[in-house]
Write a protein that binds this ligand. Sequence first.
Ligand code: C2E
Ligand code: MG
Ligand code: MG
Ligand code: MG
Length: 281
Amino acid sequence: AKLAGLNSSVYYDRQLSSDLERRREIEKDLQSALKDTAQFELHYQTQHDLDGSCIGAEALLRWHRPGRELLATDLFVSIAEETGLMLDLGRWVIDRACEDIRQLQTRALPPGFRRISINISAVQFNHADFVETLLGAIERHEVDARLVAIELTESALIRNSHGAAAKMALLHEHGIEVAVDDFGTGYSSLAYLSQLPVETIKIDQSFVRDIDSDSGNQAIVGTIIALGRALDIDLIAEGVETESERATLQRIGCTQYQGFLFSRPVPLATLIDAWLGNQCA
Ligand code: C2E
Ligand code: MG
Ligand code: MG
Ligand code: MG
């Protein structure tokens, strides 16, 4: 048993150091990608109302690493956060999103379309000049600020809730809304919800998965919906994959949806084509 334990710890060490090597390599490639930002792209995933009409879209980052397979965004975003590269990467995202929103707003947006939401990491949001960066890009690209929303995780809001309140007040003056992303997976504290001006809760996809057959998830989502209603916060379910999941969500009282059932994240051009064809991607 001792020997086996020894062997497995050697194996574990090797595994660990190759993981570390891989992360370092990704960090190095990210550094050069930030000098050649043509490697990055934003895709857009639509959000839908009860009647299926398109009410918004979320910008999702893609990295076309030369000669490599597409890397999961979660993974390289977390590496960027750990290595201090997230600020530059986040600035690129904000700038490109605004450039894209400008394109969308000059063409016909679907009636009832409300927002393009941009994912903002905690490091970015808590940085002193976040609001300035966002407003600067909005101005530079002559974007209607009311079309811009940001998505923050619970940890971004809780870590520095005093600073967060001030920033959110500034954003609101310009009509920029805030959504809480991956709701229910972060902290158990809910106090911030009644203290901070949050417009939308995004119900995490782990609670949406198989909700049609999973009574546990039904109970959790039902509770989140009741909470949202009591606090007058909009709710949108993430990761809706089947009509049966959507119908269950509707029955429980959730009327906004995002997920593969409606659309995968697609390049801007695909979204524009779909809208010009007078239907929603
Ligand atoms: P998120 O913001 O919660 O985005 C939702 C993720 O779920 C996206 O993954 C999306 O493609 C995926 N998804 C949407 N509908 C479905 C569905 O029906 N089924 C399944 N299985 N998945 C679905 P993606 O694009 O890989 O992004 C992963 C995460 O990376 C995001 O989670 C977000 O936390 C982060 N991320 C993406 N883009 C950015 C960005 O520009 N900035 C920052 N800071 N983070 C980003
Ligand atoms: Mg998001
Ligand atoms: Mg999410
Ligand atoms: Mg997520």
